[in-house]
Design a protein around this ligand. Structure first.
Ligand SMILES: [Zn+2]
Length: 332
């Protein structure tokens, strides 16, 4: 890992992925190979939504572009400074009227597959819920294909512990060489109870361990949410609904501890709003979107708590994959 100055923290473009020098140890930024579209409904609004995932330029990050039949309404970059609400889901905003809600599962898919740059065109105010997990977005991104780009990938190296708490809920990050989550939940409901998952991020671990975990709710809360005008698009098609003594979904659970895995998925997506992958160990106890964002703000606003580094984890699964997919220079 080599430090980058925060003042000049953008990795240089024009780096050559096939250069035979020390830079070959770096990881390269990744984006989609081609554009791909899907439609669905917003879980909170029940609006029909079309999204198109498009390749993004090096160093452009993840950008949501709100469009309508009349053209582009506006853009908002997926970073923590643009989070305008985190009570029920994570909402990005810009100016008075541009709002993009429920970005967390799509952000988790980008984080999990190590996609640095992409444009998400969306024709409504909420990302479609799909099946309540990140798996449909992973499928879309893999269908579009992933390419490495001629710019070095940077990461946020955590330098000291940072934590935030709300009563007995807390979330913290400790310095570490890779991104990991130790996530715990505790519900009085006997069908959930206490659950824990420990996860270290690689694309393959993400696909097998986290990406299929769906959002969940208690049957007793469904009518309350409906009465409050929330979760209008929610159904057994896009959430696990937990009844008094059974799971109401016909196919049951996808993982025995699907609930806590989904919390870890949300955490991964929320923390990717740092704008780069975090090298740190997360501990999350009964936390949700609001605490995830408080942690991110606490970390990023403390200049002594982190620094940018070139992401060159030598044994990292991505670097192995990059070697396979990296464009080879014509023999010089
Ligand atoms: Zn979620």
């Amino acid at each position: 890992m080599r430090e980058l100055e925060k003042a000049d923290s953008t990795p240089k473009e024009g780096a050559d992925p096939s250069a035979g020098d020390v830079r070959n140890e770096m990881l390269w930024q990744r984006t989609l190979k081609s554009s791909i579209q899907c439609t669905g409904v917003g879980v909170h609004t029940n609006q029909r939504v079309a999204i198109t995932l498009k390749p993004g330029a090096p160093n452009s990050g993840i950008v949501f572009r709100r469009v309508s039949d009349a053209g582009v309404i506006g853009e908002v970059r997926a970073t923590h400074v643009n989070v305008v609400d985190s009570r029920l889901c994570t909402v990005l905003g810009s100016g008075r009227s541009l709002r993009i809600g429920t970005v967390e599962h799509l952000m988790a898919a980008f984080a999990g597959l190590s996609i640095d740059n992409a444009v998400v065109e969306i024709d409504a105010d909420e990302v479609p819920v799909m099946d309540g997990s990140a798996a449909p977005f992973v499928f879309l991104i893999e269908c579009a294909g992933i390419v490495t780009q001629a710019a070095a990938r940077r990461a946020i190296q955590v330098l000291k512990p940072v934590s935030v708490a709300d009563g007995e809920r807390h979330v913290s990050v400790m310095p570490a060489a890779t991104f990991s989550i130790d996530c715990r939940i505790a519900y009085a409901h006997p069908m959930i109870g206490q659950q824990r998952v420990r996860f270290t991020l690689t694309p393959s671990a993400f696909k097998t361990e986290l990406c299929r975990a769906r959002t969940f709710c208690l049957e007793e809360d469904v009518s309350k949410m409906r009465d409050a005008g929330l979760a209008k698009g929610g159904s057994l098609e896009n959430a696990v609904v937990i009844g008094r003594n059974r799971v109401l979904n016909d196919d049951g659970l996808r993982y025995e501890n699907e609930c806590v895995r989904h919390k870890a998925l949300d955490c991964l997506g929320d923390l990717y709003l740092a704008g780069a992958p975090i090298l740190g160990a997360i501990e999350s106890v009964r936390a949700g979107h609001a605490l995830n964002h408080r942690l991110l703000n606490a970390l990023m606003s403390d200049a002594t708590a982190w620094r940018y580094v070139l992401h060159d984890a030598a044994e990292d699964e991505l670097s192995v994959e990059a070697e396979r997919t990296m464009p080879r220079a014509a023999s010089a």
